[in-house]
Design a protein around this ligand. Sequence first.
Ligand code: SF4
Length: 639
Amino acid sequence: MAFGYNGRILRIDLSTKEIIVEEQDEYFYRIYGGGACLGAYYLLKEMSPGTDPLSPDNIIVFAGSVVNGVPVPGFARSAIVFKSPLTGAIADSQAAGYFGPELKFAGFDAIVIKGKSKKPVYLWIHDGEIEIKNASHIWGKTTGKAQDAIRKELGDERIIVAGIGQAGENLVRYGCVVNNLKHVYGRLGGGAVMGSKNLKAIGVRGHKKIDMKDKETVLSIAKHFSSNFMKESPTDSGLNYLGTAKDVISLNEDGQLPTRNFKTGYFQGAENITGQKMKDTVLIKGGACYACPVRCKRVVRVDEPYKVDPAYGGPEYETLAMLGSDCGVDDLVVICKANELCNKYGLDTISTGASIAFAMECYERGIITKEDTTEIELQFGNANAMIEMIEMISKREGIGDILAEGVKRAAEKFGRGAEKFALHVKGEEIPAHDARVKGHVALGYTLSSIGADHIRAAHDGAFTSGWIPYFSKRVEPLGIIEPLETSSIDHKKVRRFMYFQNVFSMYDTLNLCLFAFPPAFYFTLRELVDLVRAITGWETSLWELLKLGERRVDMFRAFNVREGFTREDDWLPERMFEGILTGPRKGQKVDKNKLKDAINFYYEMRGWSKDGVPTRGKLAELNLFWVAKELKKYGKYQK
Ligand code: SF4
């Protein structure tokens, strides 16, 4: 008997309407775990290199894991995995909320979707059953209207809906997938992939209980977290109080709040967009995910001058920075409206903010003019222009049609030196953390297979803040004990980054919320291992779980290598090599030679070739013999 997982994976071909339930054995689950790793398995096995991400042959996997959905804080996540229309690389995007657990309750661990329906459809998955239903009447609707219609039609207000808005339908390359209107699989264009398949939404509902080998232990560890995190964890209690928005003020004071397309890290208007300001003005409550008492999500309501519907939640740190300081906007109400619009239309707030900030800099420098913007004055700080841009991007109107392609393609279209101001890695827009300030962030942006992502490893600040003893204790089992300077990218930092990349990759494979786990949050690694053992009944260890993370890193890399990505793609945008213009971090930058050296060293530590290709030996060590064969088939190993 399986514990923790169902052993059933749903396979759907939207072109043929064929539905298959695939049964996988314990060996499969133990090697791939779930989430990002499980998704990568299907993409590598079943998609040919060179597949157009917006063609029917792209595969999108909604993946739970062997442990997600049990009633433990931080176990609410699930992943979507696909080939990104933004980057052409493999992509995974995580969301918490309720969709992942509900899929498990409905009897499935994952949904693997390929093909393209002739007409718009949505999927209805309930208690082991699956139906493909007509969605013509909700095509063109916002995520909220579509969710309401699906629930009404199926007669159940508790159906969990993950769907797309107009942005995904219009193939905006960073269109996202939104579950319950406020939990977002944000990055890299999963919404556009659904749009390209004429798939509007997936509704799930289930009543199955997840079997656990040792339920008593699981519930006792969960109870310990719930009873103590407010007293004992400075970070989780801070999240409960202000959400991730708590970071706005500290990052600004430290000179690393992205401001005006990352020209500087100090924003004069930061006081107006803080977590405290939100709490004092528009916040109505903290939002929760399944079984999690941290309640770090924000729910805001505004009536004037804009109406902001609380159903769409409220802005998190990334949104406040990318649609706030990075666009020079210090009006909290406007940012709340922008957040609502992004969740309604299904737009990634990070890439949306980055694209608008990029366009604002191009406008400021005369690369684009009022002729391009249909008379909109696209200056930094113009809050109304930002709102207009969101509307235009989601509908692909005017200049919005160009910005909907992401900054890399938009810069190619604008020409006249615009490339210099397009801040991306592998085509993915840089999120709200400055690589010039934090070494792990610089390495994470550079070396991650998916592009510029800020949650590929713990951020360096955790080890230089006033909470060093708290954080250090939590990572002691990894043998990471030496304090290192925040911005360094030397060999010791590369080692620490690589360890954390494996840890965070393990989280993405088991679908764990990093806001509940080490180094910064309340659970310990020992408790994590105890939980996985008690849920699955496996005689597992931290070593085996970290191998899950490492396996995901190498599978993602192998996918990209097969697609033709090379070490040239592992690089930062030019602005990261130029000094920050003003503020406490003025002049700070990444050193190109040091970064080149760090990349070489990282490849060596990973067991990759000088070109960044995972070696046969390394893949064998990770029990990925078949991936090595795949790379050989495509000529990636020369004699
Ligand atoms: S810590 Fe926050 S994001 Fe993570 S599961 Fe809990 S409420 Fe959700």
